[in-house]
Design a protein around this ligand. Structure first.
Ligand SMILES: O=[N+]([O-])c1ccc(O[C@@H]2O[C@@H](CO)[C@H](O)[C@H]2O)cc1
Length: 799
């Protein structure tokens, strides 16, 4: 080791001791003789031995997101709160340096855009880079080993400010996406050493920040068992049961009258018992201050001590906040919980750390990762690829792809024209570079004129309009790059309109009149009613580009110029602007009813642009080849008995049993090489009425389908895909007529019939009766309750 590195290492060691970071010393430290340091022992036994060495006070101290450790035992402090939504992110446990090494990390697109790629391999690759970079940060004592990602609440209501953090609205899509993601973050289902610990959040029924006086910290989601199992639970089941995620986060909202962090039905009966999530070794954290919120503002318990005891007993193991640390001592003194419950929570936390090798010294794989493994050329290419794969072409009159020559002047108008950090969205880290549209336009060699203005404010005499007009007049080709961003959709902030904001449509239509052939690029996650753009013959093309990350501008211009062919698909429904007047955010039901036109593509058919929309620069046809199956093969119309489907499967969970693999031959009949996302929807008359319009049951992305050639997409259907959810939450196979339909405007169709008696694949544990409190819904003004204890008097009514 050179002197310089020795000095740096000693300084880092000293700083680690000061901040309490670093690893326990299992060689010379006080724990060296404790079983926790015995690498041959089982993780559970190791964590149990560690906790047995704690005093009562030490146990009570280590219950919060900032845990002091036990200096007496040489156990360092540990911060549980790290974020990594689309790259290692700025958060309490992550420490970017001011310059040089560790001053940045790869910044991928927001999940909403990566979801639009419908490419699970891409997601696995992205997550592998994120976990690699997280480990490098950890090795330099700049981050812990658990990360509070992913956010997999389905993006059901187009107003939700946090929809950008999710892969979209469809529960099957989310489940499949998150399975690949956790695989990449953790390094497989049950590796000896996890790469990092992932955390599925927010469990569950959370998809509203602030609507009509209802705040996320206190509102109560009323969800029946059918909607819960069918829509709100699948992504979490995928996390717990099928992906073995290390951690869960309970949410701010209550569910059917019970704060989720104090609900044993959710945290014990469903999560740990029904889904078999390893009871002793995986942990639940609360959302930040959600434990406090049980008491204030909810008043769910009469005292703070009762609230913390109830959360702990229910199965919340870590409190993001300080309520456990402050009030568990009093609760214990009052005899409100048994010490074994606290022991169990601590064992769960620390066996999590055992499983990432926290106690195992430098022999642990990943300990040799350094800053040279961060933002490598391959990771940069992957960030670009992820953005390109997600971008969806929504309108094209043939103008795209277009040649942009050096002899041209191109004009960029709109408030995303020179985007930088805007491209990252929320829960971002520090990117190595931010190549926005203006940067990328300049790389084309053309002259670039720019008016970085936020819409037209409806008045053509304004300065913004003058700037835009000047640019338009100079341009051979004009682009409008706008939409929405974190100023209108964000955590804590749901949208109040799903029309284009800030009179952008007015400016777009005037610019299109001036410069026919205008290309519009729509940024942001949430639905925007683009009818006027779609119907305007002077607008040649509309691209949706979400939040595209560090190389977003390059991705946009690569698509525009045809360097990359677009194949992304909308992961959400784009609704008409008046949709939000038809259903309150607080209505959690999916099916249409008197005050609800139906939610998501499964139940609503008046979309401006449906889920799955995405045009290409070429044409595709598809046919379903002879399928392969345990039950023989057949094409066209076939009949199966339910009995034959359910016998002979050895899966632990019956719904995982395979039904058939449909081999879909996809042919590129046009002249441009392109990716193609094969979407498989199930439709038909079976199970409880009403029937969904259709339901995604399989997807796969084909890469580089050459012009004039074919590739095969294997769509695997299991019994869960065939099943419907009964009123009581049971997952059931029903007799009836089924059709598998390939793509939105179906390119191919296979019909089959199931006969016999309905068969229950999964008996849903019945919930306790809902407990609705008078203060479930608030009307009128309400100050923020986060982090303070001021209770504001409000009038309350049930909607
Ligand atoms: O006080 N803060 O700075 C603060 C910041 C974010 C915050 O939100 C919560 O914290 C995140 C923890 O992962 C959850 O996804 C989110 O619901 C809650 C509190």
């Amino acid at each position: 080791m050179s002197l310089r590195y020795l000095v740096v290492a000693i300084a880092a060691q000293a700083s680690a001791q000061l901040t309490g970071r670093g690893f326990p010393d299992c060689v010379n430290g006080p724990l060296s003789n404790n079983t926790v340091c015995d690498t041959s022992a089982e993780p559970l036994a190791r964590a149990t031995a560690l906790i047995a060495a704690f005093t009562l006070q030490e146990k009570l101290n280590n219950t919060g997101s900032t845990s002091p450790g036990v200096p007496r035992l040489g156990l360092p402090a540990y911060t549980w709160w790290q974020e990594a939504l689309h790259g290692v992110a700025s958060s309490p446990g992550v420490n970017f340096s001011d310059s040089g090494d560790y001053s940045y990390a790869t910044s991928f697109p927001q999940p909403i855009l990566m979801g639009a790629a419908f490419d699970d391999e891409l997601i696995r690759d992205v997550a592998t880079v994120v976990s690699t970079e997280a480990r490098a940060f950890n090795n330099d004592q700049r981050a812990g080993l658990d990360f509070w990602t992913p956010n997999i609440n389905p993006f059901k209501d187009p107003r939700w400010g946090r929809g950008q953090e999710t892969p979209g609205e469809d529960p099957f899509h989310l489940s499949s996406y998150v399975h690949a993601l956790i695989d990449g973050l953790q390094g497989g289902y049950d590796p000896k050493y996890k790469r990092i610990m992932a955390t599925c959040k927010h469990f569950t029924g959370y998809d509203m920040e602030s609507w009509n006086g209802n705040l996320r910290y206190q509102w109560d989601a009323h969800i029946n068992s059918q909607d819960l199992v069918e829509y709100y639970m699948p992504s979490f089941q995928s996390c717990a049961r099928d992906s073995n995620v290390a951690a869960f986060m309970c949410s701010y909202n209550s569910l059917n009258g019970r704060p989720t962090c104090a609900d044993p039905y959710l945290l014990q009966t469903v999560l740990r018992e029904h889904w078999g999530w390893t009871e002793e070794q995986q942990w639940v954290t609360s959302d930040c201050d959600a434990v406090q919120n049980i008491y204030l503002p909810r008043g769910y318990n009469d005292t703070r001590e009762a609230a913390v005891a109830q959360a702990l007993i229910a199965g919340t193991d870590v409190d993001c906040g300080t309520y456990f640390q402050e009030f568990l001592p009093g609760a214990y003194a009052q005899g409100l919980f048994d010490i074994s419950v606290l022991d169990q929570a601590l064992v769960r936390q620390y066996s999590g750390l055992v499983r990432v090798g926290y106690f195992d010294g430098p022999s642990v794989p990943y300990r040799n990762l350094t800053f040279s493994d961060v933002n490598t050329q391959a990771s940069q290419a992957l960030a670009l690829k992820a953005a390109e794969e997600g971008i969806a072409l929504l309108k094209n009159d043939g103008a795209l792809p277009m040649t942009i020559g050096a002899n041209m002047t191109i004009g960029l108008v709109g408030d995303w024209a020179n985007a930088t950090t805007q491209m990252q969205g929320n829960y971002a880290g520090i990117a190595p570079y931010l190549h926005g549209p203006y940067y990328a336009a300049n790389q084309t060699g053309a002259k670039v004129a720019i008016a970085n203005v936020p819409g037209g404010q409806g008045d053509p005499t304004t300065d913004n309009w003058r700037k835009a007009w000047t640019v338009a007049n100079q341009s051979d080709q004009l682009f409008y790059i706008g939409g929405i961003d974190n100023t209108v959709e964000l955590e804590g902030n749901d949208r109040v309109t799903i029309a284009w904001t800030g009179a952008q449509l007015d400016m777009i239509s005037r610019l299109a009149e001036l410069k026919p052939g205008l290309v519009v690029v729509q940024m942001g996650a949430g639905s925007l009613d683009s009818s006027a753009i779609l119907n305007n013959p002077n607008i040649s093309a509309l691209l949706w580009a979400g939040y595209p990350g560090q190389d977003g501008g390059t991705a946009i211009f690569n698509i525009i110029t045809g360097k990359t062919a677009p194949a992304g698909r909308l992961p959400t429904t784009m609704y008409p602007a008046n949709y939000i007047a038809q259903v309150p955010m607080t209505d959690m039901s999916l099916r249409p009813s008197t005050n609800n036109p139906g939610r998501t593509y499964q139940w609503y058919d008046k979309a401006v642009l449906p889920f799955g929309t995405g045009l290409h620069y070429t044409n595709f046809t598809a046919s379903v080849a002879t399928p392969t199956s345990r039950y023989g093969s057949a094409n066209g119309s076939t009949t199966y008995s339910i009995e034959s489907l359910t016998t002979g499967c050895n899966e632990t969970y019956m719904d995982r049993c395979p039904f058939r693999t449909f081999a879909v031959d996809v042919t590129n009949t046009g002249s441009v090489c392109s990716d193609y996302v094969t979407l498989g929807y199930l439709t038909g008359s079976f199970g409880p009425t009403p029937y969904p319009l259709k339901r995604l049951v399989a997807y796969t992305r084909l890469h580089d389908v050459q012009a004039g050639s074919s590739q095969t997409a294997n769509l695997v259907l299991d019994l869960a895909s065939l099943s419907r959810v009964a009123d009581n939450g049971d997952r059931v196979l029903y007799p009836g007529d089924y059709a598998l339909m390939i793509d939105n405007a179906p390119l191919a169709m296979v019909n089959f019939t199931l006969t016999g008696e309905a068969y229950t694949l999964d008996h849903w544990p019945q919930p306790p009766e809902p407990v609705y409190q008078a203060t479930d819904y608030f009307v009128g003004g309400f100050g923020s309750t986060y982090g303070d204890e001021i209770m504001v008097n409000v009038t309350s009514t049930m909607l």
